[in-house]
Design a protein around this ligand. Structure first.
Ligand SMILES: [Fe+2]
Ligand SMILES: [Fe+2]
Length: 262
């Protein structure tokens, strides 16, 4: 099922929140359309490829897809990249940190470097329809080379893993009670985000945009200035990642004592 995030004058943003089959973590995939131009953000891996192709096909001619945009390197982000390059005419947009690893998703000899667009660490704009999509830096949140996609026409920030929640509830409905929502975010962010320093810099940058929506890759989106301010305030105060690690987390004793089984 798709959810329309924005639609006006031929520009449309759609979210798909229920396509993951099997054991994988719930993930949202996104389709942006502007006239005849089309982009999929963070399509995922083998658990979503076929269903996303079919569902996106209800809104556009998928074989003519212009872009597959990968915010970072994770399996739930871009493991299906080889299929998208074969099944559509897309180009793949990916941060420079991860472009050199992309060939590992392909069979030998099937990689197409001429169809890869590499975004520098400082970000950049991608011409799209009558406007552009903006790739914004999101270093270390959580991937070392991570980017977010901002759609200035819709005023939507696709924030990737930032703002994600692990909650079986209705992921198409925006968060209304931020305080109650924190419980589904906190463990994920404490471990998957790298450091408060990165959180603060990112939140400062995002406040300048004044987005109407912040839409993460997992769980429910944030809509409107009040709840977005609550989220950014929480995020810039968050202690996470290396802020929380101590030498107790690097002990040979606990490793040798733990027997790993299926
Ligand atoms: Fe990730
Ligand atoms: Fe993710």
């Amino acid at each position: 099922m798709s959810t329309v995030i924005y639609e006006n004058e031929g520009h449309k943003c759609l979210s798909f929140g229920d396509l993951v089959e099997g054991e994988g973590i719930q993930s949202n995939q996104f389709l942006i359309l502007d006239g005849d131009s089309s982009a999929i953000i963070d399509p995922g891996g083998n658990l979503t490829y076929s269903r996303l192709y079919v569902h996106a096909g209800r809104h556009t001619t998928v074989k003519d897809l212009d872009f597959v945009i990968a915010s970072h390197q994770d399996p739930d982000i871009v493991a299906s990249v080889s299929k998208w390059l074969v099944g559509t005419s897309c180009r793949v947009v990916i941060p420079s940190m991860w472009a050199r690893f992309l060939p590992h998703f392909f069979a030998p000899g099937s990689y197409s470097p001429e169809r890869i667009m590499v975004v520098p660490d400082s970000g950049g704009t991608i011409a799209f329809g009558r406007s552009s999509l903006v790739a914004l830096p999101a270093h270390f949140l959580h991937s070392v080379g991570n980017m977010n996609i901002y759609d200035p026409v819709a005023n939507v920030l696709f924030s990737g893993d930032i703002g994600s929640s692990v909650d079986p509830g209705n992921v198409s409905m925006p968060v209304t009670n931020f305080g109650a929502h924190v419980g589904s975010m906190i463990d994920f962010h404490r471990r998957y985000m790298t450091s408060n320093r990165a959180c603060r810099f990112w939140a400062q940058m995002i406040r300048q945009l004044e987005p109407e929506w912040i839409v993460p890759q997992h769980g429910a989106p944030f809509k409107g200035p009040e709840v977005i301010d609550e989220f950014l305030t929480w995020f810039e105060r968050l202690e996470c990642g290396i802020d929380l690690f101590t030498e107790d987390d690097f002990q040979t004793g606990s490793a040798f004592a733990q027997h790993i089984t299926t």
